[in-house]
Structures are given as structure tokens and as C-alpha cells.
Design a protein around this ligand. Structure first.
Ligand code: SAM
Length: 219
């Protein structure tokens, strides 16, 4: 989205919650690669989706500073739980502090480690109503394969950055593993008769995937 359009969208959306705003600012000031954070508009979208679905169980792959985890946890059903996974152990203190400030300690459970390993070891058990994929871009195809059986029938998978700055529109170089991973993920989803999906051109591209009860014909 162009900057002017994005500014207009922000101006006419409900302002960012002060706690989320503080987390965003702190992330910009103190983290390397702060652009990885979801931010206001996408955070509001995640909150809206979660509030609409009222999930009982959510799984997030790629916590970073817990901005998106907090947004998704806002819509949890009473007594619901969000499992979030972060491979970078150096982020643990920041994540725990942000969860505490947001008052979400009873709703968000942090798992430190490689999400792929934790799933393979059976340490993240489904069924989940909603999974948010936002880890390493090269690993997206693997995440999709691994989480699929953890999502309940009729449940949803969201995947961030599926446009990857527009790089997926160009011919993918074999050396560019991240664009290759995203493009392969998008292709896998398109070819998967077990789901219906919508690729939204929001921010860096957000894919919304619904796991079907019955396989359906798709082009
Ligand atoms: C784009 S950031 C997540 C942003 C966050 N979800 C948000 O919207 O604010 C990606 C994060 O995934 C983490 N990550 C990368 N590979 C991972 C893996 N295999 N398992 C768990 N976390 C991973 C990175 O360390 C990084 O913090």
C-alpha cells in the first residue's frame, strides 16, 4: 500500500491501543529488523479476525515482540489460549514483559524453540481454531505441511508476507531462498483441494486459508 493511502487508512481506523503503541515504539528503538513487527493496520485486522472467529485455541509461529500475539489473543473466547513460538531465545525477556504489560499472561503461552521441532516432537498439540504463520519465510512450505493436521476442520490458517515486497511477482532466483519459500507456499496452497484461500494485498500480503470439511474442486 502506498504511504499516503496507508496514512489515510490509519487516520480513519480506530487509533492504536496505547499498550500496543508502546510495544511498537520500543521494538523500533531496540530491536534489529524492527520492520518485522505487524504494526497498527495489520494488528487491527488480526484483532478483527480473532474477534469475529472467537477462537478457543490459536497457534502463532514467529512471535518476535508479541505484537501480533497480543492482537490475536484479544479475540480469544473466555478461557481460550494462544500458543506462540519464537526461535530467538534472546527475545524471551522482551516477549514476557510485553505479554505482562498487556495483561495477557493467562492467555498467551510462549514456547521458545524452532516451531518445526516443537511440532515434530508433539509439543504443540491441536486442534487449533486458528494458526498464524509468520516465521522464517524459507520455511513456509514446511510450516504449512506441519500445521495442517493441527488445524481443526473448518479452522483457519493466516500467513503473513505472502507478497514478500512484490518479489513473488518477478522470476524467482534460485539463490533467493525466502522468495522461493513464499512462492512455493503460495503454489502449494493454490493446488491444495483441502482448502479455500484468499490472498489479500494488505501490507506485505496476508493469505487467509480455510480448511474444508469436504475436498472441493479447484482450478
Ligand atoms: C516476522 S517476525 C514475527 C512478527 C510478529 N508475528 C508480529 O507480527 O509482530 C518473525 C519471527 O519468527 C521467528 N522465527 C523464525 N524462524 C522460526 C522458527 N522456525 N520457529 C519459531 N520462530 C521462528 C524469528 O526469530 C522472528 O522473531
Amino acid at each position: 500500500m502506498e504511504n499516503a493511502t496507508e496514512a489515510y487508512c490509519e487516520a480513519f481506523s480506530t487509533p492504536e491501543d496505547p499498550v500496543l503503541r508502546a510495544i511498537y515504539r520500543d521494538t523500533q528503538l531496540h530491536q534489529p529488523f524492527p520492520r518485522m513487527i505487524s504494526g497498527h493496520l495489520q494488528g487491527m485486522l488480526l484483532q478483527m479476525i480473532s474477534r469475529m472467529l472467537r477462537p478457543e485455541r490459536v497457534l502463532e509461529l514467529g512471535c518476535f515482540t508479541a505484537y501480533s500475539a497480543i492482537c490475536l489473543a484479544i479475540g480469544l473466547k473466555e478461557g481460550g489460549l494462544l500458543d506462540t513460538v519464537e526461535v530467538n531465545a534472546e527475545l524471551e525477556d522482551v516477549i514476557r514483559a510485553n505479554i505482562r504489560v498487556a495483561g495477557m499472561e493467562d492467555r498467551i503461552l510462549l514456547h521458545t524453540g524452532d516451531a518445526r521441532e516443537l511440532i515434530r516432537q508433539g509439543r504443540l498439540q491441536g486442534p487449533y481454531d486458528l494458526v498464524f504463520i509468520d516465521g522464517d519465510k524459507e520455511q513456509y512450505p514446511e510450516y504449512y505441511t506441519l500445521v495442517f493436521d493441527l488445524v481443526r476442520t473448518g479452522g483457519y490458517i493466516l500467513a503473513d508476507n505472502v507478497l514478500w515486497g512484490g518479489k513473488v511477482l518477478e522470476e524467482v532466483k534460485t539463490s533467493d531462498k525466502e522468495t522461493g519459500g513464499i512462492h512455493l507456499f503460495n503454489t502449494m496452497v493454490r493446488q491444495d483441494a483441502r482448502v479455500v484461500q484468499l490472498l489479500l494485498p494488505v501490507r506485505d500480503g496476508l493469505m487467509i486459508i480455510r480448511k474444508l470439511d469436504q475436498p472441493t474442486l479447484k482450478g
